[in-house]
Design a binder for this molecule. Sequence first.
Ligand code: NAD
Length: 493
Amino acid sequence: MDFYGHVIDGEEAASLSGATFSSTDPHTRRPWAEAALGDGADADRAVSAARRAFDHGHWPRMGTAERGRILHRLADLIEEHAEDIALADTQDMGKPITQSQGNDVPRTAANFRFFADHARLSTSESYPMDTGHHAYTRFDPAGVVAAIAPWNFPMMLESWKVAPALAWGNTVVLKPAEDTPVSATLMARLALEAGMPPGVFNVLHGYGPDSAGQALTEHPAVDRITFTGESGTGRVIATAGARHLTPVSLELGGKGANIVFADADLAGAVEWSIRAVFTNSGQVCLAGSRLYVQREVYDEFLTRFAAAADALVVGDPRDPAVQIGPLASAEHHAKVAGYVDTIAEQGGTLRTGGLGDGWTIRPTVITGMDHTARHAREEIFGPVVVVIPFATEAEAIELANDTPYGLNAMLFTENLHRAHRVAAVLRAGTVWVNCFFVRDLRAPFGGVGDSGIGREGGTFSREFFTEPKAVVMQIDPAADRDRPRSSRGRSAR
Ligand code: NAD
């Protein structure tokens, strides 16, 4: 088995304790890679390296163009190694290879390119004051960023944190999820090859509680914590951040509502709704796993939707024909299987799907279940959807907003007025109209309620990963002198 170490201060390293853990391939259900298992001492080593690189290194002081060249080179290398990276994520967590290769790797490279350019082209506001002064904003790097990632889109979600943090001149310690350690080490190796100075981008492997993750979030030398994962973990991390008043960005769970109105293009709605719930075998925070369909088209939609779900190819995720792979781990499979086993108990009917071979769950469509049932309220994080009819627009809005989550919602309609009207009142960080999963990296991304705190993307990432600073400069001493003594230096605004 190949070994994947921490990457600290430009070196690939074993843990100080020598401990390791293995990653299991969910298709073969056998270990396929080994990684260093970090603890508090390793976290301290990684944070210290990042601290030194920030306080004394060249990276935060480099121009954005020079940093951008290195980040673009990293994006090129990620594309050159697309096959290995895609296979690593697929073997680590069972994602169909067409998705890791067709979506995750290109989007990872795009994230590095976008944030490199965004930092370089970003403008800062300036305020000419009528007191003879001029105020302007600087966006100075925040310092050492601790980035903690989940396993469902390993490298892609890691890059969504690492790319803006680095582009704005921070140094980073990334802790990937324990189920998916491999691509993080690959990314750090490529960053060094791209010319990133030692200590700027560090990778620390290990678990969360009482392990590397917890030690990282509690470290006093960390200046920002960016976390993506479960809402419960988010609460723990927010508490850890509070101890040192470290700003925390939390991208958490979801239970996306997907509303299909009777005036929708039904073929399009079926196609997008299939993607919305079964992409990545349903292991997507944005999954449209509550599907509300207007009564007039309910039967027709359901017939087409269930047939399309049934036609999805389940199997070995390395086979390019396969659309649904195994779930990421035995533990996660047991959790999702528990929902499948209790469909009738919660008043539902299994329209199609159910348990598959090994750790797979076949695309599962549930009907007849009330909106208040557990399956319709809790994040299942697997290929399982509850389909519920509704009568009016007002009812659809009420059902969609009746959730502690608020990451995203989808709606399908051909009525322009309705599209804007409903999008405006849905309580969610993102609303997709007649589509799903389409992202503009300049737009805000994040959730309300239990789905998180803060937004990332474009200037929203800049706000988080920098310390905006106001500089006020005297430009015209005469203008200040001419003003009454009592108001000198005070803004006229
Ligand atoms: P998780 O919360 O179990 O783990 C996420 C990461 O946090 C892992 O690296 C883990 O080791 C670490 N961790 C766990 N406990 C910790 C602690 N006490 N201190 C520090 N680190 C700790 O989540 P997961 O199972 O890996 O991912 C699935 C969840 O992530 C789902 O709820 C999903 O909705 C959510 N998610 C959200 C988004 C988003 O953008 N909002 C994107 C993807 C996934």
